[in-house]
Every structure is written in C-alpha cells, then in structure tokens.
Design a protein around this ligand. Sequence first.
Ligand SMILES: Nc1ncnc2c1ncn2[C@@H]1O[C@H](COP(=O)(O)OP(=O)(O)O)[C@@H](O)[C@H]1O
Ligand code: SF4
Ligand SMILES: [Mg+2]
Length: 336
Amino acid sequence: MDPILQVEDLTVAFRTEEGPITPIQGVNFAVGRGRTLGLVGESGSGKSVTTKALMRLLPGNARIDPQSQIRYRAKSGEWVDIHRLRDGARKLRQIRGGEIGMIFQEPMASFSPVYTVGNQMVESIRLHTSLNRREARALAIEMLAKVGLSNPGQRIDQYAHELSGGMRQRAMIALALSAGPALLIADEPTTALDVTIQAQVLDLMRDLQRDLGMSMIFITHDLGVIAQIAQDVAVMYLGTIVEKGPVREVLKAPQHPYTRGLLRAIPSLDRLTHRLSPVPGDIPGPSERPPGCPFHTRCTEAIAGVCDRLEPAETMLAPDRSARCHLLQTAGRATA
Ligand SMILES: Nc1ncnc2c1ncn2[C@@H]1O[C@H](COP(=O)(O)OP(=O)(O)O)[C@@H](O)[C@H]1O
Ligand code: SF4
Ligand SMILES: [Mg+2]
C-alpha cells in the first residue's frame, strides 16, 4: 500500500465533569493513495473523535497524547505530522479544508446560514487555489453539476436551507470537493438520508472518488455500506481498532467476534426486513471501559479468566490484515 495518511498510536483524552475519559486508545491505521478506508463501529465507539483529531478540530477539553502520530503525505510530497502543526499555522490551513476535505452527517454544519452555497464555494476555492472570482464561480457550478444538482447555475445562488435534504448533502460534497482534496473524510454522510437517496449518494461518492483518484475515509455504523464503498476496513470498538484489512477478506473471513456480530446484523437479501442478530448488549461508556478485552462484556466467545483480565495484543494475519483477540493466539487461527 502506498499510504497518504498514517495514524499511529492515536490516543485522545477528554476532561469531563465526571473526571478524565480516554475514548480513543492507541489507534493505528493507514489510508492508501486512491483507496477508500471504511471506519466502522457502533455509535459511541469513537469514530468522530478520531476524525476530528485528524483534522485538529477537537474541542478545548480534549488532549491528544504526545506520542500520537498523524502523518499525512502532502501534495508537495513531504510528510507532515498534523498533530505537531501549530494552531493557525499556514500549513494547517492549507491542509484542512484544502488538501483534506471533510463532510458530515449534518450538512447545515458545513454551510453558513448567511451566505449562499455559491458564495461559500467561491470563498473556499479562492482560499485553496489561485483561481480568480469568475473562474472560481465557474468551477463551483461545474462541481454542483458533477454531484447531480439540476440547474446548478441557479442553485448556486440559493441558501443551503432552501435545498432539500438530499440536494444539500450533494452541495456539501461539492463544497468539500471544490478545493481539490487529495483525501476526503466523510463522517456518516448518508446516515440521515432515506434509503433511496442514501444509495444514490453512496454511488455518487464512489464514482467521484474513482474519477478524481482521491483517497477517502468513509465512516459508518453499517458494515453493509462498507461493502459497497470501501476497499479497506477498520472495525472500531470502544476507541480501539479490533480488526482491519482489505474489505473482501474481512467480510469473507472475519477474525474478531465483534466483526462477526456486525456482519450477522447486516440484513441479507433473503431476509431483508429484519436484522436477526445484532450484537447483544450495549456499548459501555468510555468511563466504564472494561479491563482486559474491551469487548469481553458482550462477547459470546470470551475465555473466562483471560479475556476479562488481559488486553489482547494486535495479531498480524498478513502485512495488511490484523485483529486483536485472544482466540487468535490460543487457537492457532492466526494462520487461517
Ligand atoms: N467533547 C467531548 N467531551 C467529552 N466526551 C466526548 C466529547 N466528544 C465525544 N465524547 C465521547 O467520546 C466517545 C466517542 O464519541 P464519538 O467519536 O462521537 O463516537 P461515534 O462517532 O463513533 O459515534 C463517546 O463516548 C462520547 O461521549
Ligand atoms: S479477546 Fe476474548 S472477549 Fe475479546 S473478542 Fe476475543 S474472545 Fe471475545
Ligand atoms: Mg460520530
């Protein structure tokens, strides 16, 4: 893999009224150039905090552990540790929103209520390229057309709140892409949409990613969505990556009990209407992170006396494939 982003040992703590919590603990993953990494996990597993850390968008009560590394290969070819850039540094401004674009579940978070879609796109393009106002506007219209907005020449002068939910989502994608990012981070961009529009937006994002040769981190709680959009996957549970690897291999032969649970929860074609086996039990809060394997309170395969005491290490199954589970060390499955 030719990586564009390498995250090593990312650990994030928050100060809260109930005391400190560490919802992200030692996260490692890489995003390959021109590839899509799906980051999947239930709500509360730490996906958004991870991506906010990558973009240096964490709130004031957060602290990224000093040993964490967020290495991004800039368009210039140099490696930049985003974690070590100064707040307000020119390089950080170039990267955030320029080389690395971001889209969210809620498009209104990206749009200002007082500027038109077009004004915001033009501003963003001018901040990150050398185009003049007229050229930037032409590019904005082109991007709106590319994401499938009808009458882009008129839509560009509308406000985001005047667009329908699906159109607004497309406009947000156009806004993020207009600065020409090398990496797009998409945090549950289709979760709030109805199923038909969700499918259209997924198709659109997959096509754009391919056409533009962009890299992408696509975040979702739905492993079924990962199968449609990503080539690589990282499965997150309580702030730890429990399994990762190429999507096809992870879906074909999941090695971690949590991944197997998520996979069983995907409705298959012959039982579309009900999800038979969601992972039972609730995800504990970060202040209740269990000792040993963080998943042991919900794991049907837990080994008593082992899983509740010892945190499993990462077992490498192939150069690009790993999982964290004691079963892999005790049962010799690591060779599968
Ligand atoms: N600003 C914050 N202060 C304290 N805790 C936070 C803050 N933001 C997120 N958290 C906690 O971090 C954990 C992970 O949250 P998040 O990354 O949003 O999960 P996900 O995106 O996977 O649903 C949650 O338990 C959440 O309550
Ligand atoms: S280490 Fe133990 S508790 Fe954790 S996933 Fe594996 S079997 Fe289950
Ligand atoms: Mg989230």
